[in-house]
Every structure is written in C-alpha cells, then in structure tokens.
Design a protein around this ligand. Sequence first.
Ligand code: ADP
Length: 308
Amino acid sequence: MIITVTLNPAIDMAYELDTLQLDSTNRIKKVEKTAGGKGLNVSRVLHQIGDDMMALGFAGGHTGKAIVEQLTDLGIQNDFTTIDGETRNCISVMHDGQQTELLEKGPTISQSEQNEFINTFIKHAQHADVIVLSGSLSDGLPTNFYAQLLERVSQHKVVVDTSNQALLECLKGAVKPFAIKPNLDELSHLFNRKVEITELPTLLVENEWLKEIPLVCVSLGGDGAMVKYNHNVYRVRIPKITVVSPTGSGDSVVAGLASGLQRGYAIEEWLQHAMVLGMLNAQQSKTGYVNLDNYNDLKEKITVEKIG
Ligand code: ADP
C-alpha cells in the first residue's frame, strides 16, 4: 500500500470568465470545485491507475468535510486528522487568456493535532510499503516536520516532494528520503543559485546532499527529466504533445515514482511510468487526472538513456 500525506489541502475553485472587471461585479459562468493540494493530486492519480493507497492529512470545518466527502465518493481510502481550524479555499480565475490565483494561507495546526496526526500516520504506516510526503507545511508545523516523519518510518521507502527549508531539513536529516522530485527552480532555491540542466549529471552524483538519496528525479517540463538512481544518471526524453494544462504534472510524476517503487519496476520502466503519468495529466484540463487510453502509445515513445 502507498500512503499519501497532504498537510495543507484546499478546495480548489476554478472560475471561468471572459474578462475580469476590476472594482465591479463579475458573474461566474463556470465553476469547478476539486479537493486540491499536491498530495491529493498524487492520491487521485494513484487511485486512477489502480494502486492500493490511503490518503492522510489535516482537514477542518466545512471545507475539510467537503474534501473528505469528495475523496470518499471517489473511492479513495482516507483517514484525515480533524482540526479546529478551517481548511482553506484556493481560487483560480481564468480570464482574458490569463490565470489569476487567490490562495488562502490555511489553518494553524496545534500541538495536540500534530500529535494525533503522527499517531494516525504511524498506525497506517505499519501496513504500507511506500509513503509520499508532498506539498508545503501548514502554519504551526515546524520546518522539520517532514524530517520528523521520516524518522518515524525509517524502514519505509519515502518519496518527498517539497521545497525550500522543509526539503533542506529532509536532505540534512538523520533518515533520508528514498526519492525526491525537484524541478530546476526548486533545485535553484535549494542551492541559492541558478542550476542549469548541463551541470545536473555531475551535481546529482557529487553533491553531498543529493548523492545520499537513492533516486533523484529532476523533472524538466516538456523536456522530460534527468534522473540519478544509485550511482547512475539517466536522461529521460519524451515526445512532443499538445498540452492543455501542466498544473499537477509534477504530482503525477511523483505518483508514478511511488507506484513504480511499489510495483517493483526496473529503472527504465519505472521512469517511463512516471513520465507518462506527468504527460497524461498535462493533456487534461483537470489537475491530477490522467486518461489511461493513451498510456501505452505515449510510454513506448519515452526513451531512458544511461548517460553516466
Ligand atoms: P513540476 O510541475 O513539478 O514543475 P514539470 O513541469 O517538470 O513538474 O512536469 C513534470 C512532468 O510532466 C514532466 O517531466 C513531463 O513528463 C510532464 N510535462 C510537463 N509539462 C509538459 C509539456 N509541456 N509537454 C510534455 N510533458 C510535460
């Protein structure tokens, strides 16, 4: 089983307008409301590809209840820790060919809520092989919260997809993640300088933090990925596709990495599996959705070359 963790989920509201009139009333023609947050995108993709999984996180108030209901309606197993605060709404407005985002910060998690979550996490981890920790931390959680969770499940394979201080704490922590999936921006933030594709083959095997992580998958959008697995470096190239919305593609790759790990795929098939899910998500307007009809066609066009 795969466990996903979403500490700061949201109800994502996508509004569609022809034109956004500032300082005026805008009547919305089309609204879509989905349970959002990186870990929930991962969960939906895992569920669609038929992998056994359980979604954990914090949920509170009406929005929290709506998230849990939506997951349950989709048939996604979940056990969210109930909190006093209200889970956030995030609004994205498509207008004038642009996308404007209004993101609430989310609730503050108390110490007793943290303790309750950790107990739930440890309970379910006993039945899991792979764990996915993704997204930012909610207010009230220490920046080493993911690093603390890693220490509680040192026998498990954990995929971490986060950024900034939360990622740094995991890389420096006593128990390392099994896999991480930064993009170039996230790596650049980590190293406080612009990281280029050309330096990745050396950086991935020589950097003191990265070399300790068995699988580092640097996703490169339409350019595929550069991956380090143990001591080898692989260049993953993908075919050109028509992109509808790449939002959530990184999360879909994370779902593929966790799934391939759970299924015991060899590295080539594992990376093809992860990339194809990212691409299938990019071909959809919805976030964290994949149409598996095109899976085989696309997969055989993805090449994995060992370059170091
Ligand atoms: P993130 O959302 O984390 O920044 P990326 O943008 O690197 O992640 O995208 C993750 C994966 O999704 C890519 O490795 C690729 O498989 C797929 N993908 C994203 N954008 C495109 C695109 N424009 N064309 C084809 N595939 C894409």
